[in-house]
Design a protein around this ligand. Structure first.
Ligand SMILES: Cc1cc2nc3c(=O)[nH]c(=O)nc-3n(C[C@H](O)[C@H](O)[C@H](O)COP(=O)(O)O)c2cc1C
Length: 178
């Protein structure tokens, strides 16, 4: 099966996640087309047989290029098996109501585009303090304090559960082929 693994990223964690998704697809014997949605280019095969899209939450929204891509491609995305991986920080909250809130981040994109992915995975992202500028570091540290996330800005912190991600991909491939 040829599977489009499309991603948008701001700081790179979702690229890393999409690369892990593509590796899991290839390890299962299928072909992954890794595509950076924000590049504005075309993906190499006109009609992949399935799609897994990945995008991060920044200020409660996904990147505009991602939302645009989903709007443009909703018709074929709905015609093939498709899945969405939402990357956020809130999904790792210790409070259930915050985790629940994080599961609703995609609602807006789905409503405005009409895309209905068959499967959705919520992955925790990363705090890349060492790569933020002063202002961003200050804002994110405040957010981290509020969410009981690490506030040590001298290093980066990664929360992605890689095993859960590959289990999700395996489940998607099984259902796409069924
Ligand atoms: C400026 C900024 C705003 C963010 N806003 C949110 C948010 O509203 N909710 C959330 O759950 N995570 C938020 N995050 C956490 C990101 O989703 C997380 O850092 C993710 O790993 C970013 O993915 P990327 O590296 O692919 O851009 C924010 C991160 C940054 C840097």
């Amino acid at each position: 099966m040829i599977i489009l693994v499309g991603y948008a990223t701001v700081e790179g964690q979702t690229r890393k996640i999409a690369e892990a998704v593509a590796s899991a697809v290839e390890a299962a014997g299928d072909r992954a087309l890794l595509f950076d949605i924000s590049s504005g280019g075309e993906y190499a095969v006109a009609h992949p047989e399935a799609a897994i899209l990945c995008a991060p939450v920044h200020a409660a929204r996904y990147p505009a290029a991602f939302a645009r891509f989903v709007r443009q491609e909703a018709a074929w995305l709905n015609a093939v098996p498709s899945a969405f991986v939402s990357v956020s920080l809130l999904i790792r909250s210790e409070f259930e109501e915050e985790r629940e809130e994080a599961t609703h981040f995609p609602d807006h994109v789905f409503e405005e585009s009409g895309w209905k992915p068959g499967m959705i995975h919520h992955a925790a992202g990363a705090l890349r303090y060492t790569e933020y500028d002063f202002f961003k570091r200050w804002i994110i540290r405040r957010m981290a304090e509020h969410e009981n996330a690490p506030t040590d800005v001298s290093r980066d912190h990664e929360f992605t559960d890689w095993k859960a991600l590959s289990a999700f991909v395996a489940g998607f491939l099984a259902s796409a082929k069924a």
